[in-house]
Design a protein around this ligand. Structure first.
Ligand code: GLN
Ligand code: ZN
Length: 727
């Protein structure tokens, strides 16, 4: 019996990773200091592993992103080894695209592979292993690497994959002295077509003879698990928490005696302590089915903050229930102890918690969810009637213009918020500042001639945190940072109790904005699925029920906004798709409740125009669910796909109004009017012009005013031009 852990956060206990690398970008940290800092950080990470577990990988640390590193290892991009060139690929002009890593909130750099020519250009795994002389060399496996890359024709997958194998062979051969090699293959848990299974089998039948490979899968079950059983591997890592199907396969088919089962039993994605006795029972149930078993986290630990230890402000009853990455390592040690018949008492203490506070539970919230009936998920009037009533109230021109919500968050505003939170700035002074910014934003939008205005979201730090802070049932850490990509961090709230809205959350700012203009101001809310997806969520209630609690709180806010005279409300759901299970088969069950939660949250009066916003463009497969949301207007990303996304809406005969993002807010470049016009013309070709809105791709929070002004000026001009031509 051994323990194996991986994916320990690269951020560091004091966020050294961020400080070092960003310091280097700003010229405040020299290359030598960066190297030294990263060495110390790696020592800290390895030290954390060493203190608690038997085995761990080495070489996981990356300067920005492990997928980019793997592309460089495989010679996909010419690279001289200069740091500047590395960071240019990661974040320079023409950098690699960022996209979601599976259904997590980590984003990886997507390698673009123009030709099946690879070579072992940088033996990073060997370097790390030689430098530390410990641990299992860490490698992203060929299937995951290629499946998550782009730029090759789909039908050439096999050819590209086969071209990778000799390079992996050389790589593994160079590492053959290691006790094991950690080969990350999480893409095995996606829907893997049969042809791919054949490729995988063939490749590993060969590679497995070159070095002792531990194939690590996680996030879900491997649909073709038994076909891996006769491969010459040292072991297989399986997620036994999020992949119940893995357990079924083990029970049905057993597990080859000649391989190690790395059993993922400690959660890598959520923060609740493992029930050690239950985990012990699980391992004991597995024992007769398998040969050697190692216990491990069910997934890499970087989806968790580093440690809960220093959190001084968390309620003790809550803190006692939490385990972040460092605590997960400890759980592995405790679990191993229990299985060996030692440490009974320490394990017992680990799972002994103070009683939860009375404020954790609200019977009236539970009762409200219980009492929901089918009508609660329906708007009161069918769409055509709603549209008529909304048009009569809003009287918008053809091609109405709007933005997605936020305007630039200046350094001044962020500083003021910090000062306000620390009690150094009075609530009145803070509010006055927010109001000043709102006044400017309204004046700015009126000058530009936008049709539906926004208040600018200046009072919000983050679209999830803002609402979580105003709802009961959420807790916040001081240092619970997690990387979302590169060096970018966020701090997920912890949803631990019943969700209640003690008072209106957005009324004050929205109404103030509306008082300054005759144009309609959109009420801006975050939807229930996004609130769930970007938080750590309690597990003592079904997710569906938690989603309905959140939805009801949002619905109450919608009602208050309407009551106060707001005509348009937008509910953002950027995580609607991200939260979807990795396998198609599981989609209907997820979307059934996700759609219901949105409909519950958005149950506005028929005359209120209800918008939603999603900032991605892969709608092809989820169109029926988008339609089912029953929103009146949807704004989406369209620039990066050059408007191709609209064809999905056309094919489905989408009848609602739609705002294809006409320019990419993620780039500082001011968009050309021609490019914006091209997207709109494409939209007009495929959808009725009466239903087309003109707006950017996403919120403008991260842009500067100097970029936003000319961009929006151009956007309004384009809308006017088309209005004249086609109106
Ligand atoms: N309303 C939000 C904003 O404009 C939407 C952000 C998002 O979709 N990620 O910032
Ligand atoms: Zn967006």
């Amino acid at each position: 019996m051994r323990t194996y852990a991986y994916g320990y956060p690269r951020l560091g206990s004091r966020r050294q990773y961020k400080t070092l690398i960003e310091g280097f970008w700003q010229g405040k940290v020299t290359e030598a200091e960066l190297e030294e800092g990263l060495r110390a950080l790696e020592e800290e990470r390895l030290g954390a592993y060493r203190a608690q577990v038997d085995h761990y990988p080495v070489g996981e640390l990356s300067l920005y992103d492990p997928m980019l590193d793997m592309a460089l290892v495989l010679g996909v991009y010419p690279w001289t080894g200069r740091l500047e060139d590395y960071f240019a690929l990661a974040r320079g002009e023409g950098a690699l695209e960022l996209t979601k890593w599976f259904n997590t909130n980590y984003h990886y750099l997507v390698p673009e592979i123009p030709s099946p020519r690879f070579r072992l250009a940088w033996n990073k795994p060997l370097k790390a292993w030689e430098a530390h002389k410990e641990g299992f060399p860490y490698v992203i496996g060929p299937y995951t690497f290629l499946r998550l890359s782009k730029g090759y024709p789909e039908e050439a997958f096999g050819a590209y994959f086969q071209a990778l194998i000799p390079v992996y062979e050389e790589l593994f051969q160079s590492l053959s002295g290691a006790e094991a090699i950690h080969v990350d293959e999480p893409a095995f848990v996606l829907d893997v077509p049969e042809e791919h299974v054949a490729l995988i089998r063939e490749a590993y039948a060969h590679l497995g003879r070159k070095a002792p490979l531990l194939l690590m899968t996680y996030y879900e079950a491997v649909g073709f698990l038994p076909t891996l059983y006769d491969l010459p591997l040292k072991g297989l890592g399986l997620d036994l928490l999020h992949g119940p199907q893995n357990l079924e396969t083990l029970r049905r088919e057993g597990f080859p005696r000649d391989k190690v089962l790395v059993a993922g039993l400690v959660d890598g994605r959520n923060v609740w302590k493992t029930d050690l006795r239950r985990a012990k029972a699980q391992v004991e149930a597995l024992r007769p089915l398998v040969g050697e078993i190692w216990i491990s986290p069910a997934g890499p630990l970087y989806h968790l903050p580093v440690t809960v230890e220093p959190e001084a402000k968390l309620e003790p009853a809550l803190k006692a229930r939490l385990a972040f990455a460092k605590e997960r390592l400890k759980e592995l040690r405790l679990l191993k102890g229990l299985l060996l018949g030692e440490g009974e008492e320490e394990a017992h203490r680990w799972n002994a918690y103070p009683e939860p506070g009375a404020h954790w539970y609200h019977p009236e919230v539970r009762a409200r969810v219980k009492a929901l009936s089918p009508e609660d998920f329906e708007r009161e009037a069918p769409y055509p009637e709603r549209r008529r009533r909304q048009e009569a109230r809003l009287r918008l021109p053809l091609f109405p213009t709007t933005t997605i919500g936020s305007f630039p968050q200046t350094e001044e505003m962020r500083k003021a918020r910090t000062a306000f939170r620390q009690g150094k700035l009075s609530p009145e002074a803070y509010q006055a500042l927010v109001r000043e910014r709102i006044r400017e934003a309204i004046r700015f939008q009126e000058e530009l001639g936008l049709d539906v205005l926004v208040h600018g979201e200046f009072e919000r730090s983050d679209m999830v945190e803002f609402f979580a802070e105003r709802l009961e049932g959420f807790a916040f850490t001081e240092g619970g940072w997690v990387l979302s990509y590169g060096t970018r961090v966020y701090r997920p709230p912890i949803l631990f109790g019943d969700v209640r809205r003690p008072r209106p959350m957005t009324l004050e700012e929205i109404l103030y904005a509306q008082s300054l203009t005759d144009k309609p101001v959109k009420g801006m809310l975050t939807g229930p699925i996004t609130l769930l997806a970007w938080s750590y969520v309690r597990e003592d209630l079904p997710l569906e029920e938690v989603a309905y609690q959140l939805a009801l709180a949002i619905q109450d806010e919608v009602r208050d906004l309407e009551e106060a005279g707001i005509l348009v409300v937008q509910i953002d759901e950027p995580a609607f798709r991200e939260k979807a299970p990795l396998k198609r088969r599981d989609w209907p069950a997820y979307f059934a409740w996700a759609v219901k939660a949105f409909r519950l949250a958005s149950r506005a009066r028929p005359e209120t125009q209800l918008h939603t916003h999603m900032c991605y463009s892969e709608f092809n497969e989820i169109m029926p669910y988008i339609e089912a949301l029953d929103a009146d207007v949807i704004s989406i990303e369209a620039t990066r796909s050059r408007g191709e996304v609209l064809e999905a809406f056309e094919r489905q005969g989408y009848t609602r109004e739609i705002g294809p993002g006409v320019y990419d807010v993620h780039s500082p470049a001011v968009p050309s009017p021609e490019a914006m016009e091209a997207i709109l013309r494409r939209a007009i070709q495929v959808l009725p012009k009466e239903g087309i809105w003109v707006n950017p791709d996403c919120g403008l929070k991260t842009r500067r005013w100097e970029e936003v002004r000319p961009a929006l000026e151009g956007m309004v001009r384009v809308a006017r031009k088309l209005r004249e031509e086609l109106g």
